[in-house]
Structure formats: structure tokens, C-alpha cells
Design a binder for this molecule. Structure first.
Ligand code: IFM
Length: 483
């Protein structure tokens, strides 16, 4: 029964005299910023390549990040994820950290190459066993496992066959999704298919700064279509195993702000909103791409879109994961893109006069509120989970070993307060995951950027120490409100 029906039947039952009391009760319950609905889920997030290490243990195959990090000059200081936080061996310590912070959800990712070392064929039992042990430890601790199937670590063998620009990779992903649903679907209900499809296709295939390091706009657009197909096909494969599984996906979004009031800049911002915020989520939910990005008459050819793909890529996702960090400024530039008929605006990420994080990202909590309102409209009121939000501050231990990262606390407070306002204004957010549970491998920036609630001493056996922010966040989770 929807709200309208509820109201109609209340009238029909003669319950109309109750209405003024209800209104008064609502008024009396004044919203307090920083408070959250009962049952709100508090969690933290990591990803396989960023924390696991054990890059070639127990039959694990080579991923594109294993390969990319070995190429000279790609990663700051020549860092790699070979050891990272060593979570493959220290996962029980990670579960203990979550527990110490009163968290009830752990968002991690599963490494495809642990499951299918070269991206095809039967499962590697030892890889499955690792995620099974992690799952059991989480459940035992009363923590919900929330795995993401793809957080950027494509099997190198699949990249050698063409990678995401090649259509067959979608079927390979669906097979992997099927294996995971069969192996862990008895204990894990909620799953994410992908993490930040925009980021890994754009930076990996167009800009070349991340694995696999290609600089080819045509390959980028093809990759986006394969990833969208993989959403639909992976979703259907998992539902076929067990229709009760709840399958979502994680989208990185950012308000696109026109740099001036000119019509040209405003149009450029609308264009970037489609390419940056809607290209994956709207296409997967509806089976159709946002209009006005690619030239209409060339779109199918540029994407490799075949008849029937609308149905193939469509997925009625059970929940939407949102990652928010900062906002984007856009101005009309008419830049040639390398794609016939496509001119691009210029964009500047994380701009503004506000204080910056140590990574140089602008701190703008209102953008969190704004983008949540936008995504609520786009995703038709589906349940939303914040799957990432956080800040890099490279603060180390003091003489006593304590990590006083007050700036991170301020960052979280600002964003959580904005989130509470969005929820109070009707955005259906049911959970929040801080990025990250612990300092980890930050892609091209290596270990130079620390996003963790927990300090990791990479030079000293990956020793973990909860920072002030981790203690604060633990109290927030316990009290269901900020301080
Ligand atoms: O570390 C990354 C993560 O892997 C994806 N989202 C953004 C984070 C911070 O850059």
C-alpha cells in the first residue's frame, strides 16, 4: 500500500479525527541535526587490492593492478599492493577493529583472481575458503558482510584478451558472479556488483593513470557498455541462483557545478551530470543511455550496442551504493575528445576556497546533501547505502603512539550532519560506510595518502592502531548520532 492509499483508507475507516494529533506528534518530534533513524547501519569499507596483500598466494592469479604497479613510474614511490595491510593473513584483526568501533557492516571486495585466477573456468577453492572464513568471522562478530565483486582488479588474462572494451568480459563477470552467489549466498544476503564504474573505466582506459593504463577514448566508451552489460548479466546470474539475494552496485557521484551562469556553462554541467553521474546508474536501471552525450546516429557503433542490449543490461537493483567525496566545477570548452562528433567541457575536481584534505580535495558537505537529493530522484526512491565517504589526512602517531586526527573527525562530522539532514528530508539512506577502516594502498598515490580510521604501520608488520577518529566514529555508531 502506498502513502496515498494509506491516507484514503484512513479516511474510509473514519480515522480522520486522528490526523491533527499525528501532525502535532510530527511537529513535536523536532529534527536534531546529526541524529539518525533507529536501525541505521554503521560500517566501514576497504577493497581487496588495497588491503589484502598475498598477491600470489593460494593459487591467486595476476590482476591488472598486480601488473600495472610493477611498471616503472606508474605509482608514487614505486609502491605496490603485494603486501598492503596483509589482511589476507590479518583479517581477524580487521574484524576485531570493526567490533571495537561498534560497527555492524563491513564493505570489502572479493578479488576475482583469487576465485578464477585467469578470469575463466572453475573456482579456486582456496580463494573461496578465504572469503568464507572472513564471512564466518564477521557473522560471528555480529557484523553484516557487504562484498563488492569488482573493485578494479580484472584478471590480467582477461585484459590480455581485450579487457572491459571487449563484450565477452561481461559474460566472464556473470560467470564469476554466479560462482560467488553459489559459494556464499547461503550466508551473505547483500552484494554489490561494481565499485565506481566511472572511475575505473575513465582513469584506466581513457586517461591511462590507473590499470590497465590505456589512453583510448574509443576503448573507454566500449568499456562502459561492457560494464553496463555486466551489471545486467551479473544481476540476473545471481538472482537465478537465489532470488532472495539483494543485489546493488556502487556509483561514484559528484554535483556538477557550472562555473558561471552562462547558458554554455550550464549546458556543460548538464552534459557532465549525464556522463559522470548517470551513465552507469541510469542506464542499468532503465536499459537506456542518457541522451545527448554521444552523437545519436553513432552511439550504437561507438558503444558496440547490439539489438537486445537494453534488456541485457537492465537490472532492477535492490539498493544503490553511493560514494561521495567532493564536487566538480564544469565549464564549456568544446574540447576535441578523440571520439568523432564528441566535444567535451573542461572540469575541475574538488575545487573551491574551503579547507582541503591532505590529498587536496575540497571539503564540501553540502555537496553530499545535494547529490543525495539528485540520486534519490534518479534512482526512484530505492534504498541507498553510503558505501564510501572519508578524507585523507597523513597524520602519524605522537610520542605515546596515539594518532590525534581531529581534522578527520571534523570532516566526518560535517558530512554525517549533512547526511542526517538529507535523510530527514526524505532521502532513503539506510546505512553509511566510512572510507576506510584502515590506511591502505591508494592506487596511483601508493601509501602516501592515509584515509583510515585505523593507522597502519607499513614498516612494522602492518601494526594497526585505532586513531582518535576511529574512537570517535565508534561512539557515533553506538549512540546513532554525531557529537
Ligand atoms: O581508495 C579509493 C577507493 O578505492 C575508491 N573510492 C575512492 C577512494 C579514495 O580515493
Amino acid at each position: 500500500m502506498n502513502r496515498r492509499n494509506l491516507f484514503t483508507s484512513a479516511l474510509a475507516l473514519g480515522a480522520v479525527s486522528l490526523m491533527p494529533n499525528m501532525a502535532e506528534a510530527k511537529k513535536a518530534k523536532k529534527f536534531v541535526e546529526g541524529t539518525f533513524p533507529e536501525g541505521f547501519i554503521w560500517g566501514a569499507a576497504t577493497a581487496a587490492y588495497q588491503v589484502e596483500g598475498a598477491w600470489n598466494e593460494d593459487g591467486k592469479g595476476e590482476s591488472i593492478w598486480d601488473r600495472f604497479t610493477l611498471a616503472p613510474g606508474k605509482i608514487l614511490n614505486g609502491d605496490t599492493g603485494k603486501v598492503a595491510c596483509d589482511s589476507y593473513h590479518k583479517y581477524l584483526e580487521d574484524v576485531a577493529l570493526l567490533k571495537a568501533m561498534n560497527l555492524k557492516s563491513y564493505r570489502f571486495s572479493t578479488a576475482w583472481t583469487r576465485i578464477q585466477p585467469d578470469g575463466t573456468g572453475p573456482a579456486n577453492q582456496k580463494g573461496l575458503d578465504y572469503y568464507s572464513r572472513l564471512t564466518d568471522a564477521l557473522l560471528e562478530a555480529g557484523i553484516r558482510p557487504l562484498p563488492t565483486l569488482y573493485h578494479w582488479d580484472l584478471p590480467q588474462e582477461l585484459e590480455d584478451r581485450g579487457g572491459w572494451p571487449v563484450r565477452d568480459t561481461a559474460q566472464r563477470f556473470a560467470d564469476y558472479a554466479d560462482i560467488m552467489a553459489r559459494a556464499l549466498g547461503d550466508r551473505i544476503e547483500n552484494w554489490s556488483l561494481f565499485n565506481e564504474s566511472k572511475a575505473f573505466t575513465q582513469i584506466g582506459y581513457w586517461q591511462g593513470a590507473w590499470a590497465p593504463g590505456r589512453k583510448d577514448p574509443l576503448a573507454f566508451f566500449k568499456a562502459t557498455h561492457t560494464v553496463n552489460l555486466a551489471h545486467g548479466m551479473g544481476f540476473k546470474a545471481m538472482k537465478a541462483v537465489n532470488p532472495k539475494l539483494k543485489i546493488g552496485s556502487v556509483f561514484d557521484v559528484s554535483p556538477q557545478i557550472a562555473s558561471t551562469e552562462s547558458e554554455a556553462d550550464k549546458a556543460a554541467a548538464v552534459f557532465m551530470d549525464k556522463l559522470s553521474n548517470l551513465w552507469f546508474v541510469q542506464s542499468v536501471l532503465t536499459g537506456a543511455y542518457p541522451e545527448g552525450v554521444l552523437p545519436f546516429d553513432k552511439q550504437n557503433e561507438l558503444l558496440g550496442f547490439l539489438p537486445g542490449d537494453n534488456t541485457l543490461m537492465q537490472a532492477d537493483l535492490d539498493f544503490i551504493g553511493i560514494n561521495y567525496y567532493s564536487r566538480t566545477r564544469v565549464w564549456d570548452a568544446q574540447k576535441p575528445s578523440g571520439v568523432p562528433g564528441l566535444l567535451l567541457p573542461d572540469t575541475e575536481w574538488a575545487f573551491g576556497d574551503h579547507e582541503k584534505t591532505d590529498f587536496g580535495w575540497d571539503i564540501y558537505p553540502q555537496g553530499f546533501y545535494d547529490i543525495l537529493k539528485r540520486m534519490q530522484a534518479v534512482t526512484g526512491n530505492r534504498p541507498i547505502e553510503i558505501t564510501e565517504n572519508g578524507a585523507a589526512y597523513n597524520i602519524g602517531p605522537d610520542a605515546t603512539g596515539a594518532i590525534h586526527d581531529a581534522k578527520r573527525i571534523a570532516y566526518y562530522k560535517g558530512h554525517l550532519d549533512a547526511l542526517s539532514r538529507a535523510i530527514n528530508d526524505g532521502v532513503p539512506v539506510r546505512g553509511y560506510h566510512a572510507w576506510s577502516l584502515m590506511d591502505n594502498f591508494e592506487w596511483a598515490a601508493g601509501y602516501s595518502q592515509r584515509f583510515g580510521l585505523t593507522y597502519v604501520d607499513f614498516a612494522n608488520d602492518q601494526k594497526r592502531t585505532i586513531k582518535d577518529s576511529g574512537h570517535w566514529y565508534g561512539e557515533v555508531a553506538k549512540a546513532n548520532r554525531t557529537f
